[in-house]
Design a protein around this ligand. Sequence first.
Ligand code: NAD
Length: 245
Amino acid sequence: TRVRPSSKRCAVIGGSGFLGKHLVEKLLDRGYSVSVFDIRQSYELPGVTFHQGDLCDKQALLSALKDVSLVFHCASPAPASDDRLLFERVNIQGTKTVIQACIDAGVQKLVLTSSASVVFEGTDVKNGKEDLPYAKKPIDYYTQTKIEQEKLVLAACDKMKGFLTVAIRPHGIFGPRDPQLVPTLVDAARRGKMKFIIGDGTNLVDFTYVENVVHGHILAAEHLRADSPICGKPYHITNDEPIRF
Ligand code: NAD
């Protein structure tokens, strides 16, 4: 699909992160001009304008969102932290701020990076669809606040006002420059901590290659229109078959 030139200005909140940088690179390839909003700047790239700030700061966001019609929100504190107040501040309060700043700045589309863990109750999910209910007992504060965040973003979808939202739910993301998933597994293996099997060896876990996750985000953004059934909906994203773990 070709998008109108006026809709080729976008912002990536969390664009300095693992997924964010891959997304920025693909957006540049597709002819978008990109602003990155992040609390840290991790690289420089021609065609990218950096805005350093905290997404809980509406004024800082507003200056980064000037003339932007499409926003990707893929910022979050690292899931490994167990800092409840930080998750609540960034993922819940911060997401409210992002939504309000988008509306005030005249942004038309907001694509959220959610997580498949929002439907994980601690028991196996196989071929799970988007109609699964949100987890009643989320496994940690990260997941609890990702649920609240997703609800906020999807509820903000308003066709009458011309503000459209969608959420993409990856599970584990792997690929070049992954700072977390594979390095943590390799480290655990080196320290001899991978000698045990939890369960009978048939547990499944879902990993998705980072470029597929990026592709899903861009498809969602480019198909998000007032007459589209994807408005206000979440979508799981996967590589097809889960990996036996
Ligand atoms: P990452 O830590 O590499 O990137 C997150 C970015 O958010 C960082 O650059 C960080 O500086 C920024 N950030 C954090 N707090 C901020 C704040 N207050 N203001 C502005 N920027 C802030 O993480 P990632 O793996 O790229 O994850 C991106 C998104 O994908 C997150 O929403 C995460 O919940 C989701 N997700 C990731 C995975 C995975 O396996 N990596 C799986 C499912 C969902």
